[in-house]
Design a protein around this ligand. Structure first.
Ligand SMILES: Cc1cc2nc3c(=O)[nH]c(=O)nc-3n(C[C@H](O)[C@H](O)[C@H](O)COP(=O)(O)OP(=O)(O)OC[C@H]3O[C@@H](n4cnc5c(N)ncnc54)[C@H](O)[C@@H]3O)c2cc1C
Length: 558
């Protein structure tokens, strides 16, 4: 674990480096030329320069042994700078994950030390032309080569698609099928028969190198099979999903905030109809405040999950999926709203928000698409629903009702409504067998994610009020501001769950007409509607916080 002081120093050097080497003009130029700034990526990963990769390498292999929380903070900061460069750095994190999780001690020593000491860039080669979301459709093969009855090596043949750092890495972790199932291998860049294609011409993250790989009978020694046992590949990939999805979640969060942090100051200067846009409620309450609330709800979930992973609660794949889903969808919405917030200027390259929007788009696609996240979340929580005979989310809601009794201003009571509603929708779906409709299953994933994030944000606001927040946690808002943000988000979550849940459950034939009003009551619609009271004034308050007007508000009140 690294200290808070070291973390803050690393973040500061990252910001200063970016200010000097990656100002807007340089980013715009590289984006237009579709160029990965290799020298900058190397600088960031060199042990004697920025050495970002040291953060995630364990101390015994020459790294700093940073935890999940540290990695989230660095990923958010990198995404605020440029998501393409951040992806190039992340690819080494991802590429080395199968090593960290599944390699033998000798393999770990060899490869992790090389990353730490030489700044060796890695790429992570899982996806194939025919195997994207469904990695089970993998076609790349690793055929054992035997001598005297012993396997001495493998010949790998196949194609990999959309590989970040594909054209610039020094080493690659490649997923290939052995006779005993999918397995990870390390392949070095100059291996015979190994080639990469030209960089892809992409919509966004144009500062990252993405390339297809071709492996034609590439021979590797048996010690390149990670862990030394065939067939462990998918288990090793699964083991780090919680952690890696959290990194992409931090990307969505950082990019979304980077866009909002351009829209907010812009709106204080832009005068239309006699006053700055920042003073127009129809502007702030549509384009700024809801995006801040969604982003901070995602942050609360990311921080909570990071703390739990660091505390040894396991890989938390479903929580990682919720964090990724919410933060990347929020980042996309925030960046899109920021283009709108800058009007015509937002639509040009110079003002950067359109680049951020193009860049952040990838975060709902790579490391598992949003639809795959919805499916993962719904399937896992469905099991919990069945195991607890429908009580799981009612129990979670009761805990929030308890929190509400000690912290009445953090929206815990409204988050509880969202969770009760989810429990009822799941139960109705069970009784009417609605999960046979894939659309209902995936929508459940969305409602669960919103409701869980509302709970998480209410807890975070309460911890901040009690001064118990993790010392490394983001402190952009004070306790009163965060409580108001939490109430806004809880109302959105409860409304989404109740209204959309009713719509789709009824839409799938789960409720008969005579049963309709009892159903609406059971999902809590009247209470959810009542909980919307106070929404506009909370949004007014958060707008005042964002625009530094709270002192004026206090003076006026006095
Ligand atoms: C810029 C970039 C960088 C990348 N970097 C890497 C990398 O470094 N390493 C790597 O291994 N991969 C990488 N990828 C690949 C990425 O992870 C995949 O693109 C992603 O997993 C989706 O796979 P796919 O593109 O084949 O889409 P598909 O799986 O074909 O999905 C297409 C659409 O269908 C939906 N869909 C798929 N299955 C279902 C289902 N069962 N039910 C409902 N909807 C479904 C998806 O959500 C999506 O909307 C990268 C991709 C890009 C674009």
């Amino acid at each position: 674990m690294i200290t808070n002081k070291t973390l803050k120093l690393s973040l500061k050097s990252l910001r200063e480096f970016a200010k000097k080497r990656l100002p807007d003009e340089v980013l715009i130029d590289l984006d237009a030329r579709d160029e990965c700034p290799l020298e900058i990526v190397r600088h960031m990963c060199s042990p004697d320069k920025l050495g970002i990769q040291l953060l995630f390498i364990p101390e015994e292999f020459g790294g700093m042994g940073g935890g999940t929380f540290d990695v989230y903070c660095v990923c958010e900061e990198m995404a605020r700078i440029d998501l393409g460069v951040a992806t190039a750095v992340l690819a080494t994190f991802l590429g080395s994950d199968p090593i960290t999780v599944g390699a033998t001690p000798e393999q770990k020593k060899l490869w992790l030390t090389r990353i730490a000491e030489e700044g060796l860039l890695f790429a992570y080669g899982a996806t194939e032309p025919e195997a994207g979301s469904d990695l089970g459709a993998l076609r790349t093969t690793a055929e054992p080569v035997s001598e005297d009855g012993h396997v001495v090596g493998y010949k790998i043949t196949g194609n990999k698609q959309w590989i970040s750092n594909g054209g610039i890495a020094g080493a690659y972790t490649i997923l290939a099928s052995t006779p005993s199932g999918p397995s990870w291998f390390v392949v070095e860049k100059d291996a015979k028969g190994f080639t990469h294609d030209k960089p892809e011409d992409k919509h966004g993250i144009r500062l990252s190198n993405t390339a297809a790989l071709a492996l034609d009978n590439v021979y590797v020694d048996a010690d390149r099979l990670l862990g030394g046992v065939e067939g462990q590949g998918l288990i090793q990939a699964q083991a780090v999903f919680g952690y890696t999805r959290l990194m992409v979640a931090a990307f969505g969060l950082g990019a979304g905030w980077a866009a909002l942090d351009r829209a907010i100051p812009y709106s204080t200067k832009r005068i239309q109809a006699g006053a700055p846009l920042s003073e127009k409620q129809g502007y702030t309450h549509k384009l700024i405040v809801p995006n801040v609330a969604r982003s901070e709800a995602a942050r609360a979930y990311i921080e909570e999950t990071a703390e739990r992973i660091d505390a040894g609660e396991g890989s938390l794949n479903t929580e990682g999926a919720i964090a990724k889903y919410m933060a990347t969808e929020a980042g996309n919405m925030a960046a899109d709203a920021s283009i709108q917030a800058l009007g015509g200027y937002g639509y040009t390259h110079e003002y950067m928000v359109e680049k951020i929007k193009r860049d952040v788009r990838i975060t709902t696609i790579y490391e598992g698409t949003s639809e795959i996240m919805e499916m993962t979340i719904a399937r896992d929580r469905w099991q919990l629903h069945l195991k607890t005979r429908g009580q799981h989310y009612h129990e979670q809601a009761k805990k929030l009702e308890m929190l509400h009794s000690s912290h009445q201003d953090v929206g815990a009571d409204i988050a509880a409504l969202a969770l009760h509603s989810v429990a009822e929708l799941m139960e109705r779906s069970r009784v009417a067998r609605l999960t046979r409709f894939q659309h209902i299953l995936l929508r459940l994933g969305e409602w669960i994610a919103y409701a869980e994030c509302a709970g998480s944000l209410a807890r975070r606001a309460a911890s901040l009020a009690e001064n118990k927040l993790n010392e490394k946690a983001n402190r952009r808002f004070d306790a009163t501001g965060l409580a108001a943000i939490s109430r806004i988000f809880a109302r959105e979550a409860a409304n989404k769950v109740g209204e959309e849940g009713s719509r789709w459950v009824i839409g799938a034939g789960g409720v008969s007409t005579p049963d309709l009003s009892a159903f609406e009551k059971s999902v809590g619609l009247p209470a959810i509607h009542q909980a919307q009271a106070g929404l506009v004034s909370d949004m007014d308050y958060v707008a005042d916080v964002l625009y530094g007007r709270t002192a004026k508000r206090t003076q006026q009140a006095a």
